[in-house]
Design a protein around this ligand. Structure first.
Ligand code: ISL
Ligand code: CA
Length: 564
């Protein structure tokens, strides 16, 4: 195994600091809280922590709105706390990768405060300013420079009355987009990144990095005049994206070994992902693609629902495994801080909670690529039954709610959609204990704890054979022990059932066969043509731990890994 490509055999764990562990009773997770839980991560066996933003921020989008890239937000702690955490992680052999949010800043960042102060300010061009549409009344819907719809509802443009121009914000109006066309701005970002690497961090997860280069013509999206249209094809994957990533490589990463880079790329295609992660091009180690987390999105909005069909998930995973088989590298994930909980979304969190959580983990961790575990996923945390709109915290959900209600929708129905797909599902506190506050805080948590912490918590799972936690631990250990898990080739094996995901992994003399029943009913798996002797092969791992695995009969969500 080459040391240079260490990240190919690594498992990454995402910490969303606000919801991980509070150490001082203010109800908000913090750096000292993470420090106190490093034993959990070491026990799980992960190699890397990806730390969601801890920089100074007004917290409009929980830290994805940064007002100072080089300070720690006081709510999370101090630089002394940060250095202690970095050191504590490194002493345990765990690296730390920082979140890098440079498509936009907070509107409270000094760069933006300067930029908005006058048209002639030297930082004016660090953001994206445009005149109102000619002949329109500035401030009125329809006078925005383009008709693009924001990720967080409404227009992507906000009128700034100081100068009468609009600024672009693909996300909330408090998250103005940086202008990557500006050389000085890019140089400032690279210098900031170098200072973090000098401090000892091990790489970056780059927030919406495929949005930093926009179509310089700023065309309208096709669509009705008075409603906002989908401008994605104009603001994503712009003409200079590859150039910027290569420049960043030269300016920031050249001469530094052992770094990990992963670019978050909503809407990225397999062809594009292959190019971004082709080592010859010196851009990124891997990207987060979004295909499988869009399978249940309806037309036009994530809040519109389209039920998953059996086999959809397996088909999508297979597409990506096949596409990046020769060139490039996949990241693998079931969830993150923007997604609902996978056991509730893809599994069966009522009848087959443990079985479906472990089956989903098995099919993910047995693929080729670098797996990412989102905090709480390793104990099978579920969606939260948000009872009322007052229990919601997420800016995306709250903006969506107010836009829909203004447009005449029923609050009850909007809340139903948010409960299913909203980001707050991922953001309830990690459930460490059975105490009503889950061991997360001794104060008032900033967002409610899921009441199921009474039985669903880490303490109840440590050392318990077959628990979700112990299953994740086994999967990670298997990846570290057997090079075939991280590096082997992937080949899907067809069976006659849509609910079954079966595949082969192969590296030199080693062959693994993974078979999972991704449904809540008993299923027969017929492999008599392809692998007639499979049922007498060595069973390496199973999520039904009763030792009763019986050949081709698969019980609900039964997942097995055989070694040939
Ligand atoms: O959450 C999503 C689904 O609605 C995504 O569209 C998400 O907004 C997109 O993946 C970008 O996410 C990243 O940038 C956002 C931030 O709010 C997210 O938390 C972050 O992961 C803006 O910085
Ligand atoms: Ca705290």
């Amino acid at each position: 195994r080459s040391k240079k490509d260490w990240w190919k055999s690594a498992v990454v764990y995402q910490v969303y600091p606000r919801s991980f562990q509070d150490s001082n009773g203010d109800g908000i997770g913090d750096l000292r809280g993470i420090l106190g839980r490093l034993d959990h991560l070491q026990r799980l066996g992960v190699d890397v922590i990806w730390l969601s933003p801890i920089y100074r921020s007004p917290q409009a989008d929980n830290g994805y709105d940064i007002s100072d890239y080089e300070q720690i937000d006081p709510v999370f702690g101090t630089f002394a706390d940060f250095d202690e955490l970095l050191d504590g992680a490194h002493r345990r052999g765990i690296k730390i990768v920082m979140d890098l949010v440079v498509n936009h800043t907070s509107d409270q960042h000094p760069w933006f405060i300067e930029s908005r102060s006058s048209i002639t300010n030297p930082k004016r061009d660090w953001y994206i300013w445009r005149d109102p549409r000619p002949g329109s009344t500035p401030g009125r819907p329809g006078s925005e420079p383009t008709n693009w719809k924001s990720f967080f509802s409404g227009s992507t443009w906000e009128l700034d009355t100081t100068t009468g121009q609009y600024y672009l914000h693909l996300f909330d109006r408090r998250q103005p987009d940086l202008n990557w066309e500006n050389d000085d701005m890019r140089a400032a970002v690279y210098a900031m990144m170098r200072r973090w690497l000098d401090r000892g961090v091990d790489g970056f997860r780059m927030d919406v990095i495929n949005l930093i280069s926009k179509d310089p013509a700023y065309p309208d999206a096709p669509g009705a005049f008075d409603s906002y249209g989908d401008g994605f094809s104009f603001y994503a994957h712009g003409p200079r994206l590859h150039e910027y990533l290569q420049e960043m490589n030269r300016e920031v990463f050249a001469g530094r070994d052992g770094m990990l880079t992963v670019g978050e790329m909503p809407g990225v295609t397999t062809t594009q992902a292959k190019a971004f992660t082709d080592p010859e091009r010196h851009e990124l180690n891997m990207v987060f693609q979004f295909e499988h987390v869009g399978l249940d999105h309806g037309e036009g909005s994530k809040f519109a629902h389209q039920p998953l069909r059996p086999g959809d998930l397996a088909e999508s995973f297979t597409t990506w495994q096949d596409a990046l088989a020769e060139t490039g590298w996949n990241s693998l994930y079931l969830s993150n801080h923007d997604q609902p909980r996978p056991v509730s979304r893809f599994g069966d969190d009522e009848t087959w909670w443990r079985e479906s959580a472990t089956a989903l983990a098995t099919i993910l961790h047995m693929q080729r690529g670098t797996p990412y575990i989102y905090q709480g996923e390793e104990i099978g945390m579920t969606n939260h039954p948000f009872p009322t709109v007052s229990s919601l915290r997420d800016i995306e959900s709250l903006n969506h709610l107010s836009h829909e209600v203004d447009a005449g929708a029923s609050e009850v129905l909007v809340l139903r959609d948010i409960r299913r797909i909203g980001r707050d599902n991922a953001r309830t506190p990690v459930q460490w204990t059975s105490h009503p506050l889950a061991g997360f805080t001794e104060g008032t948590p900033w967002i409610d704890v899921n009441p199921n912490t009474s039985w669903l918590n880490a303490n109840a799972q440590y050392g318990q054979p077959g628990s979700v936690f112990e299953h994740y631990r086994s999967l990670i250990a298997l990846r570290h022990e057997l090079p075939v898990v991280a590096l082997g080739s992937f080949r899907r094996i067809d069976t006659d059932s849509r609910a079954v995901f079966a595949f082969e992994r192969r590296l030199e003399a080693a062959t693994l066969i993974v078979i999972a029943n991704l449904s809540s009913t008993n299923t027969r798996v017929d492999l008599s043509d392809e692998l007639p002797t499979i049922w007498s092969s060595r069973l390496l791992l199973s999520n039904w731990t009763d030792g009763q695995a019986s050949g081709q009969q698969f019980r609900p969500w039964e997942a097995r890994v055989y070694s040939l």
